[in-house]
Design a binder for this molecule. Sequence first.
Ligand code: FMN
Length: 186
Amino acid sequence: MVRAFVDRPVDPEVVDRLLEHAVHAPSAGFSQGWAFLVLTGPDDRVRFWDAVFPDRGCAFTHPGIFDAGCLIVPLSHKAAYLDRYAEADKGWADRDEGRWPVPFWDIDTGMASMLILLSVVDEGLGAVFFGIFGQHVDAFRAAFGVPGDFSPIGAIAVGHRAEDVPSPSLRRGRRPLEEVVHRGRW
Ligand SMILES: Cc1cc2nc3c(=O)[nH]c(=O)nc-3n(C[C@H](O)[C@H](O)[C@H](O)COP(=O)(O)O)c2cc1C
């Protein structure tokens, strides 16, 4: 993840390629219950930050994030999955949400987001995936007219990399394989 950018636009053709790759992500039942809000104009980007980060004047450790030339908000659409799995080949006509072991709609939208992040690297740019937290979701929806049945799973800031300060979280170190992998049985 990169959290500092040069205030420069991202080539629209690059943005299109990122999105084209995103929609090649796998999705359960090929439901493709995702949507992507793309913000590249300066006014739109300011409106986004005002909604999700209203106190950005404070001592935030990564102020360079606000210079990202492109913001992509991946949104998951649960209803698309309930509809898809109610079809004859899946047969969950009761639309019982208890059937879902985990929210496939969020997983698939996350996979699409990962493809965006990987494609950003291929394009020689930088990006960070970050959360849009509960208390800001309503303001985000209102600012961009997002329907209530689409949920932002986070946001991706994309741009030309500037000198970055690594996240303090990295001090935790990467957990070793021996700790997270269970071979044969738990
Ligand atoms: C679901 C999710 C939410 C995240 N939220 C934030 C966030 O709110 N702010 C942030 O700076 N980074 C956020 N990150 C990035 C992580 O901090 C980062 O991936 C992790 O520290 C490892 O660093 P690396 O991806 O550069 O290897 C998030 C990542 C994921 C997958």
